[in-house]
Design a binder for this molecule. Structure first.
Ligand code: SF4
Length: 142
């Protein structure tokens, strides 16, 4: 993300990455992937993080960029990724091109993602069994 004058350029996220960013704990597919993800998450968890703007995209995003599984604008696990995006977009009511802030995305997560729904929409993800995403989801709730 960069700043142009007073306007923040929105972070580009595919639908399933909002929940991933909420649960991120420094684990990932390579050192450059983790470094990039950490830089984004540090801003979200910092002062005024809730005001950071996002735009929903349907292909590779600002998290995917340095990923070793990226293949151009696609992923080497594209079928799984498409499925995760479809499930998360449906539950969080997200559309491609939609703009929202991190705070608004967090409110959607709190409102729509129960523990059971988390198990359904993240089914198939390698990281689900690690437990940090569910723990962070529970910690997000008031
Ligand atoms: S289980 Fe996977 S898809 Fe779900 S929030 Fe965690 S990293 Fe993201």
């Amino acid at each position: 993300m960069s700043e142009k004058g007073n306007t923040l350029t929105p972070v580009r996220f595919r639908p399933h990455h909002f929940l991933c960013a909420n649960g991120f704990q420094g684990k990932g597919y390579s050192s450059s992937f983790v470094e990039n993800f950490s830089a984004i998450v540090d801003r979200l968890r910092g002062p005024a993080g809730g005001e950071i703007p996002f735009v929903i995209v349907e292909e590779t995003d600002d998290i995917c960029h340095p990923c070793p599984h990226r293949r151009g604008k696609k992923c080497s696990k594209q079928i799984l990724i498409d499925s995760l995006d479809k499930r998360h977009a449906s539950v969080l009511d997200l559309k491609v091109g939609q703009k929202l802030t991190w705070g608004e995305a967090q409110q959607k997560i709190i409102k729509y993602v129960t523990d059971d729904i988390f198990q359904e929409i993240c089914h198939g993800c390698f990281w689900q069994k690690e437990g940090m995403c569910l723990k962070a989801l529970r910690n997000l709730r008031p």
